[in-house]
Design a protein around this ligand. Sequence first.
Ligand code: FAD
Ligand code: SF4
Ligand code: SF4
Length: 462
Amino acid sequence: MPNMTEKKYPMPSQSPDERRENFREVALGYDAETAVSEAQRCLQCRNHPCVSGCPVHIDIPAFIHRTAEGDFAAAYEVLHAASALPAVCGRVCPQESQCEGKCVRGIRGESVGIGRLERFVADWHLARGDEAADQPVPNGHSVAVVGSGPSGLTCAGELARAGCQVTIFEALHLAGGVLVYGIPEFRLPKEIVRREIQGLQAMGVKVETNVIIGRTITIDELFDEYGFEAVFIGSGAGLPRFMGIPGENLKGVYSANEFLTRINLMKAYEPNADTPVIPSAKVAVVGGGNVAMDAARCARRLGAEVTVVYRRTRAELPARQEEVEHAMEEGIRFCFLTNPLEIRGNDQGWVEAMLCQRMELGEPDASGRRRPVPVENSEEVLEADSVIMALGTSPNPLIKNTTEGLETQKWGGIVVDETTGRTSREHVYAGGDAVTGAATVILAMGAGKTAAQAILADLKAT
Ligand code: FAD
Ligand code: SF4
Ligand code: SF4
């Protein structure tokens, strides 16, 4: 008999008062007993709608069934067969709009906590730490992967498992892409990403950091001088957008990417960090997505009073509901229906305030959301000594500009055949945010897997 408890078993978490003072993980994870009870809420539906909501098609009922039986090793095997990064996805997937959004238990109550169970099983596996890495039989092929985010890591893992010699080239000094430089430690501990990458290295994947493809080495050189037979581009969408308003060049204005990179990758929260963040008392974060929430919550942990400025209402916030609630619990203030007009500075060129305008919602735009329109004579000044712009990102044009015959969209996304990841350039494949623009970890992983399958098929055919 399934457990018919209507609500998910709650996730143990640090209290808001405690967590706004530290960068440790907020959610603490289920223990074995709670995981078994939560797994018993699954109805083992014959048509398992949840699986259609998972971009990598994990056999969700099977892994939950094993968990309910307490056979966590078998549950992990089911996860591992479909996903290279279950400990990551169990934490950061937008489950409510993916697998859990399709779960029938959600019709009258709360869906099964699929993400929480995935996290539990993956952590249980990592804690054992006794796994011998697969040692694939070499197939004689060598492939270069550009970028070490989830798309590149997944592509590299699939290719290595099939016996290819794979080298990942990463521009930064640490591998992991947004998983290490963007998503903060309190949502995704870096140790987990490091362990997943170690697993790939143990299978023979080489990781070359501090190499910028398009500058240090071009794509042509990867083929002609290094002898790679195929190249996968998973270079993400790391180029920040700004509003184009006066004052964006003042000292104390950051893109969210820069701010988060300083904190996550350069450990700016440590007193002697080489790449610090200038201490701020009042921080304004412009935007309403997950990146804005991450930046706001980091700034709060550095001791600032933080205001999120968003031009629509709470109902339109694109960030995950859970992240918004966490931010509010941590004392972050939200100014809805507010749009910045100008950032004002002092005589030394430092930010001291932001001039904003009140907005109201008008007719729906092409996306179906009601368009914000300015309210006349409604300017107001918001005091701030730092401003963080979290307005979205696009792919960096460097690779496009240095690679002959690589077709891109107007906004910079690389054009690919969706079912294979093949680009307009022979033997070059692409996936993840570099193709779609800013999206999600699991979609990037799905694209890395699709491209790896096409690369293997094409290598076999040559
Ligand atoms: P990335 O993760 O961006 O990795 C690309 C890598 O390529 C980077 O390491 C970059 O340094 C490297 N690179 C770029 N150019 C070059 C070059 N020329 N040569 C060599 N290397 C290069 N998604 C979720 O699902 N859940 C979340 O909670 C979530 N939160 C997010 C929070 C933040 C702050 C951000 C920024 C994004 C978040 N996302 C989230 C989105 C998700 O992280 C991305 O969609 C995903 O990481 C994309 O993976 P990717 O492999 O395409 O690229
Ligand atoms: Fe759900 Fe993401 Fe896990 Fe798929 S990978 S089952 S979408 S949490
Ligand atoms: Fe279990 Fe929900 Fe999937 Fe049904 S839809 S199999 S209840 S997780």
